[in-house]
Every structure is written in structure tokens, then in C-alpha cells.
Design a protein around this ligand. Structure first.
Ligand code: SF4
Length: 212
């Protein structure tokens, strides 16, 4: 751990928290709902995911056994608002089958992170960002989530010079205090910063809480 890197990361964290306030991530009534949301949010915005989850709830199928059994065409229709609905329906079914085989969410929570993460990454359709979101927000593992906002913001700030997922994850995990609450909040705050200020094409640096 580098003390200066840790100090910088914490300074950014405090400024973002002071500006945006606690983000209360991840939205979801149960760990299972959070895991389903992590798959549905791939390549789409959260508003679309909310509509797909509302459809699943309304049809009373938001549980692993129901999602495994529901006909493909019906599932595709329910999650259509989240986009890529054919691929996502397949991902949901494969993930739910795997989850049932593992003994459910409670059993997963008991597994150590170093064993669970590689197993999760072997499930078809689960990449590093999706796996890490599930591990951090649904399974309460102290495991940092990296996304496109993190890559953009930290490269622009000049604190990293890479877009490699695991190099960035290591950078945070080696320099932040190992606290689940900090990991959860930090990622959520970076999403808020990326959405509202550090935009892809035109960053709003003058108004940005990190302008100094
Ligand atoms: S909006 Fe500008 S000041 Fe803020 S983090 Fe992005 S590049 Fe830096």
C-alpha cells in the first residue's frame, strides 16, 4: 500500500461523498434481485433494468426456480425493456441453474471470495464487472467493482494510465481501507460523477466536485 495513493483515493472519496451524499447502492429488495439486476444492466441504463425487474415481479417469477422453468419466449418478453433480451434470457437461465446447483444465495455467501470469484467467472455471460457487482453488493464480499466510469475518471485524473480491468481493481484494493462500506459507496459515487460531470464526450470540469 502506498500512503500517498491511499491519501489521494480517500480525499477523492470524501469530496464525492460530501457532494453527492450516500448513494444507497445497490437498489434491490433481495440479494437475488441484485444479482439479476447485475446481469440485466449489462449494456443498458438502470431505468430499463427497473422496468424489466418490475415485469418479473409482476409475473411472480423473480426466483431461481421460476426463472429456470419459465419458457424462453415468455422470459424474453418480460425482460425486453433491458435490451439484448434473447442473450440476457439465456444468461439468466444459465445463472439460475448454476445458483440452484450451488445451493442458493445463503450457501454462496459462506464461500470465501478467492474460491467464489473464479467460479462465478466461469458461468456463461458473467464477466468481471457483473461478477464483482454480485460479489460486492449481493454477497457482501469486500471486492471492488470497476466499470467504464472508473476507467475514464481515473485516467483523466492522471492517477492511472491503463484500461486493464484487473490492474485498476488491484490499484483500488491495494490502496483503499479493506472496508465493505467504502467499496460499495466508492463505486456508486464514481458512477454518479461519471454520469453528471465526467461525461464521455464533454466533461463538465468547471462544475466538477474534483476540479481542484
Ligand atoms: S469532470 Fe473534469 S475535473 Fe471532473 S473528474 Fe472528469 S476530467 Fe476531472
Amino acid at each position: 500500500m502506498s500512503k500517498s495513493k491511499q491519501a489521494k483515493l480517500l480525499k477523492i472519496y470524501k469530496k464525492l461523498l460530501a457532494h453527492f451524499g450516500p448513494q444507497g447502492w445497490w437498489p434491490g429488495d433481495t440479494p437475488f434481485e441484485i444479482m439479476i439486476g447485475a446481469i440485466l444492466t449489462q449494456n443498458t441504463n438502470w431505468g430499463n433494468v427497473e422496468r424489466a425487474i418490475a415485469n418479473l415481479k409482476q409475473s411472480n417469477v423473480l426466483r431461481p426456480t421460476s426463472l429456470v422453468r419459465i419458457p424462453n419466449a415468455k422470459l424474453e418478453k418480460l425482460i425486453r425493456p433491458a435490451g439484448y433480451f434473447r442473450a440476457k434470457a439465456k444468461k439468466l437461465k444459465i445463472f439460475c441453474r448454476w445458483l440452484i446447483k450451488q445451493g442458493g444465495v445463503k450457501k454462496l455467501k459462506k464461500k470465501p471470495l478467492n474460491l467464489l470469484r473464479p467460479e462465478l467467472l466461469k458461468v456463461w455471460g458473467i464477466g468481471p464487472e457483473t461478477a464483482d457487482s454480485m460479489l460486492c453488493y449481493a454477497l457482501d464480499k469486500t471486492n471492488f467493482v470497476v466499470d467504464a466510469y472508473t476507467v475514464r475518471i481515473f485516467n483523466r485524473l492522471g492517477l492511472i494510465k491503463t484500461s486493464d480491468y484487473h490492474a485498476i481493481k488491484d490499484y483500488f484494493e491495494q490502496n483503499l481501507p479493506k472496508k465493505l462500506g467504502v467499496y460499495k459507496e466508492y463505486h456508486a459515487l464514481l458512477v454518479a460523477l461519471g454520469k453528471h460531470f465526467c461525461k464521455k464526450t464533454k466533461p463538465l470540469c468547471k462544475e466538477c466536485p474534483l476540479k481542484k
